[in-house]
Design a protein around this ligand. Structure first.
Ligand code: BGN
Length: 265
């Protein structure tokens, strides 16, 4: 990539407001859609963010990521998929909902599934899909910029539409914190694919500090499924996904999909 790209510091404490972000990103269209102004992008990228009760993080994410994605000449749409209150959080199922809903909007061929609290610190970390499913945030400050274990596949991951369909998406059966990303990794391997990671120097990212959320405790109930990915992936995932959209709003900076995904049986 050319000059003017590189690393920068993310200041998560800076006071920013949505109206400011709107005025600083005048090319971003209703629903959080952006397109390169002077060329045509090959990839059409939907960014899917599972969400509940993290408005301050979303504001910071938008502040950094809208300029970032535009600078990278992305043709993108931002989807914030919000689980309705009072049921245990299910990150993976929200990702599947985001994929299914975004597809109705535009001919997206690349899906980037991102936590709301992770921000890359180098704009050479190309938010694009690749030959293989890609682990974008592989170098996190939280883990001293190292992989805590070799098969970790959490935080921010990128799939082409074909790659994601090939594994039938995420499992819908992980309620509460943890494990859904490990199961996702096993799906990829079971489907005969490999993962790839950008160079850790380039992939350096920050996770905005926060306390553990209530309603997203690690229940451990689904952990037994992690090693059964090959057995269940064709039954459990996009093909078995059920949900009700409660509200679908096009905010100036993102599309907000509030959804009822049920509760753990
Ligand atoms: C692991 C979690 C992942 C998480 C990473 C990093 C589990 C399953 C245990 C059997 N896996 O421990 O989901 O991304 O930590 O925080 O909890």
């Amino acid at each position: 990539m050319g000059e003017g790209y590189g690393s920068y510091i993310v200041d998560a404490k800076k006071n920013v407001s949505i109206p400011n972000i709107i005025s600083e990103n005048s090319h971003v269209q209703e629903g959080g859609r952006g397109k390169p102004q002077f060329c045509k992008a090959k990839q059409k990228i939907a960014i899917i963010i599972p969400f509940r009760n993290r408005e301050p993080h979303l504001t910071i994410w938008l502040q950094y990521m809208l300029p970032f994605l535009q600078k990278q000449q992305g043709d993108f749409g931002i989807y914030v998929v919000e689980q309705i209150r009072n049921t245990t959080f299910n990150r993976a199922k929200l990702m599947n909902v985001g994929f299914s809903e975004a597809k109705k909007d535009y001919d997206y061929n690349c899906f980037i599934f991102s936590d709301v609290d992770i921000i890359p610190m180098n704009d050479r970390n190309l938010y694009r899909c690749s030959e293989n499913p890609k682990h974008m945030a592989n170098s996190l400050d939280k883990f001293n910029f190292r992989l805590p274990y070799e098969t970790i596949f959490g935080g921010v991951v990128a799939f082409t539409k074909e790659q994601f369909l090939k594994i039938n998406g995420f499992s819908n059966r992980f309620w509460g914190w943890g494990g859904e990303d490990d199961e996702l990794y096993n799906r990829i391997v079971a489907a005969g694919m490999k993962i790839e990671r950008p160079d850790p120097e380039i992939a350096r990212s920050t996770m905005i500090f926060h306390n553990r959320d209530t309603g997203n405790e690690a229940t451990g109930k689904s952990f037994g499924l992690i090693n059964k990915a090959a057995q269940f992936m064709h039954l459990d995932g996009l093909s078995s996904l059920k949900y009700d959209v409660i509200k679908h709003t096009r905010h100036k900076l993102y599309t907000n999909i509030t959804v009822n995904i049920g509760t753990q049986l």
